[in-house]
Design a protein around this ligand. Structure first.
Ligand code: MG
Length: 246
């Protein structure tokens, strides 16, 4: 493939990262933020169970959707969607203003509790040695994603932030990778993208002509089509080492 003209330890014109599950934990603060929505429902006099029961319902609702979708998070499943479904399952009816307020509570709590994943300083420093750093993230709500970046202490680390809900193109479509590279003034074939999702991150980056790094703990089987094209690292320290040519 296109990778053959580059050594895997070559220098890149730019380094791109995914956000959720790659640089920011997908677990930290999620349960607390859903519980905070439950607490808000109680405050509004709309819910009689403990606040944590609403978080349980959200988990069940999302779990059912994931199960029907090969355990992949569907693109359409944003906060407003699981909120609406969880309220319906709980038998809670809310007005438009209340619904907006509940979403605001979730967004604020989730953003404030966002935590960067261990090794983020090292990996961003290693990326910086190559060139500009871009963030390419699939998310419908750009404002929330920027708040999450701030909450995790990652503000100011990126030369470009490309959020699918703002760009209008979602990973794995090559368009968002191409747009990001063009915005930073580099050719996609000179770039690497680092992410935790085989479909959106790895297949997308490769389709756009970028080198792809998959960062996830489990060395699970990869689609045969990706053999040889994807660099696998089990954590950000592994990515750092790879970016440094080790
Ligand atoms: Mg991700």
């Amino acid at each position: 493939m296109s990778g053959q003209t580059r050594s895997s330890n070559g220098r890149f014109a730019a380094v791109f990262f995914d956000l959720d599950g790659t640089l920011v934990s997908e677990r930290t603060g999620v349960r607390e933020a859903r519980t905070a929505v439950g607490a808000k429902l109680i405050e509004l006099g709309l819910y009689e169970k403990p606040a944590s029961a609403f978080a349980d319902t959200v988990e069940i609702v999302i779990g059912g959707i994931m199960e029907d979708n090969d355990w992949q998070w569907p693109l359409w499943l944003h906060a407003e969607e699981w909120m609406k479904r969880s309220l319906a399952v709980s038998g809670v009816k809310v007005g438009e203003d209340e619904f907006r307020e509940l979403n605001r509570v979730y967004r604020d709590e989730r953003s404030d509790r966002a935590a960067a994943i261990d090794g983020w300083q090292e990996v961003l420093a290693a990326a910086r040695a190559h060139g500009p750093i871009g963030l390419i993230t699939n998310f419908n709500d750009g404002a929330m994603q920027r708040e999450k970046i701030r909450g995790a202490g990652l503000e100011g680390q990126f030369d470009g932030i490309y959020i699918s809900g703002e760009v209008g193109v979602w990973k794995p479509e090559p368009g968002i990778f191409e747009h990001a590279a063009e915005d930073l003034g580099v050719a996609p074939s000179d770039c690497v993208h680092i992410g935790n999702n085989i479909q959106s991150d790895v297949e997308g980056a490769i389709a756009a002509g970028m080198q792809a790094v998959l960062v996830e703990e489990d060395d699970r089987p990869r689609p045969p089509s990706l053999n040889g094209d994807v660099v696998w690292c089990e954590d950000l320290y592994g990515v750092t080492n790879w970016l440094q040519g080790g």
